[in-house]
Design a binder for this molecule. Structure first.
Ligand SMILES: Nc1nc2c(ncn2[C@@H]2O[C@H](COP(=O)(O)OP(=O)(O)OP(=O)(O)O)[C@@H](O)[C@H]2O)c(=O)[nH]1
Length: 240
């Protein structure tokens, strides 16, 4: 029996009937930021199109999906980094943050416009990524979430944009609860940026393929969230 093999950025998977190989592109991204900014809500919104109002604190789930991107089979892995962990300038980050940073090749750095402290944590996170990947320019998008909560806003839009300009990142302000399309666009944009970088550096050593994954794929958890979404209690707060 033929086994899957890695070739550059592609997994070569065997077709059981013929024994031929077909390629599956591998994309690994991490969603990072402090607790409660909406990281899990964003990922679940992207994968299921649903907004679920309430979650248990995330302990670091990995979501894996096979998708077709620009005509290519793509194995997409999204790491939901635990948000209770703060990252400060000049202080070594917790092991889980470091593992996510080392493992991923593209990043969504999320803060909430209702929480100034979550905004302040973005810069040290960014510097951590650039420090770990000093030889690669992995794409980073700064995401200001909860744009619907205007009455409790603590971070003006131009503050996010200014920081992104200073750091040389993309920036977007979204509301995961109100606009599913914006959430999907962010993830798709990051996928495209990662793909572009992979195409530009086909021979680059795949650090992630020799790194242990932060957590195994968690389809059980996703199924549980589906059930939760369909329960009458949560359905009331679900956006179609
Ligand atoms: N109004 C509003 N609430 C949101 C939005 N996005 C997320 N939330 C809510 O914010 C809370 C925290 O969301 P989570 O997705 O659990 O946040 P997290 O960043 O994953 O938090 P940890 O699991 O602690 O790391 C939940 O009650 C969400 O429903 C949004 O765009 N607008």
């Amino acid at each position: 029996m033929r086994l899957p093999i890695m070739s550059g950025n592609f997994l070569l998977a065997p077709i059981p009937e013929t024994g031929d190989y077909f390629t599956v592109r591998d994309i690994r991204m991490a969603v990072m930021g402090t607790s409660g900014v909406g990281k899990t809500a964003m990922i679940v919104r992207f994968l299921t199109k649903r907004f679920i109002g309430d979650y248990e604190a995330n302990t670091g789930n990995l979501y894996s999906r096979l998708v077709v991107m620009e005509g290519e089979q793509t194995s997409l892995h999204i790491q939901d980094t635990p948000g209770c962990i703060q990252v400060e300038e000049n202080v070594s980050p917790a092991a889980e943050v470091l593992r996510s940073v080392q493992w991923a090749e593209g990043f969504l750095l999320v803060y909430s416009v209702t929480d100034y402290m979550s905004y302040q944590c973005i810069r040290p996170l960014y510097h951590q990524i650039r420090k770990v990947h000093s030889d690669s320019k992995f794409p980073v998008i700064i995401v200001a979430n909860k744009g619907d909560l205007l009455h409790v806003r603590q971070v003006p839009s131009d503050a996010g944009l200014q920081m992104a300009n200073e750091l040389g990142c993309s920036f977007v302000e979204i509301s995961t609860s109100e606009n599913c399309q914006d959430v999907c666009d962010v993830f798709q944009h990051l996928c495209k940026e990662i793909t572009k970088l992979q195409a530009a550096n086909p021979g680059e050593k795949r650090r992630g393929s020799i790194m242990p994954r932060p957590k195994s794929p968690n389809m059980q958890d996703l199924k549980r969230r589906f059930k939760q979404a369909l329960s009458p209690k949560v359905k009331a707060s679900t956006v179609a």
